[in-house]
Design a protein around this ligand. Structure first.
Ligand code: CA
Length: 227
């Protein structure tokens, strides 16, 4: 299956040019002409990546990005922001919108696609939407976990935690990093909550003898260690 991308751009010509080029590069392209329309589309199944134009009528691209980072449903979504010439990416970064990368208009489609692929690699997004490691199989489209071909029931928070871990195997995450990336920035959750859900995730994996995959890193937090 192809990686999917939602393009949020109000200028129809630019949007169509982008869609055309991205489809030609093998992406599944969804389109939205405003932040409000994008929010509606993101209510259901999520794309693998977002391209957000900074200048949008109504809610701006920056406000949209910030809002998505505060929502647990979209907190992990990779995002690239398009900025017009003259709007310095440095200046935009000071807004701390939470996007992963910036591309300045006018840009070549080739450059954008290269940045998209780099971002998908960084965020551990597999091309077929299936994450597999340590004997676990996570279907990112169906939001399902299975072990040795058998479906395993998993809570929504444990699922997001496991998804983050499986996207970044062997990487240690601090509790505050996990809070930011699994719960979202706006929600006040105590560090202890992280421990509670890690414990639940281990309980989910225990009947399959795989609870040891989620390791405690002393003085830091947790790490998923499939090898
Ligand atoms: Ca625009």
């Amino acid at each position: 299956m192809n990686n999917s991308v939602l393009v949020i751009e109000d200028e129809q010509e630019v949007r169509e040019m982008l869609s055309f080029n991205l489809r030609r590069n093998g992406f599944d392209v969804w389109e939205a002409a405003s932040a409000e329309e994008a929010l509606q589309r993101l209510d259901g199944r999520l794309p693998d990546l977002l391209i957000i134009d900074w200048m949008l009528p109504g809610m701006s691209g920056v406000d949209l990005a910030r809002r998505l980072r505060q929502d647990e449903h979209t907190v992990q979504l990779p995002m690239i922001m398009l900025t017009a010439r003259g709007e310095q990416a440095d200046k935009l970064k000071s807004f701390d919108s939470g996007v992963d990368d910036y591309v300045t208009k006018p840009f070549s489609p080739k450059e954008l696609v290269a940045r998209m692929r780099a971002l998908l690699r960084r965020s551990g997004t597999p091309e077929d939407g299936i994450l597999q490691c340590g004997g676990l199989r996570l279907d990112l489209n169906a939001h399902k976990l299975s072990v040795q071909g058998k479906a395993v029931k998993i809570g929504p928070t444990e699922y997001r935690l496991l998804e983050l871990f499986m996207r970044h195997p062997n990487r240690a995450f601090g509790r505050s990093q996990l809070l930011d990336r699994v719960w979202g920035r706006s929600i006040y959750v105590e560090d202890r909550t992280v421990d509670v859900h890690v414990l639940r995730l281990r309980k989910t994996l225990k009947p399959h003898g795989l609870d040891g995959l989620v390791q405690t890193v002393r003085g830091v937090g947790y790490r998923f260690s499939p090898t």
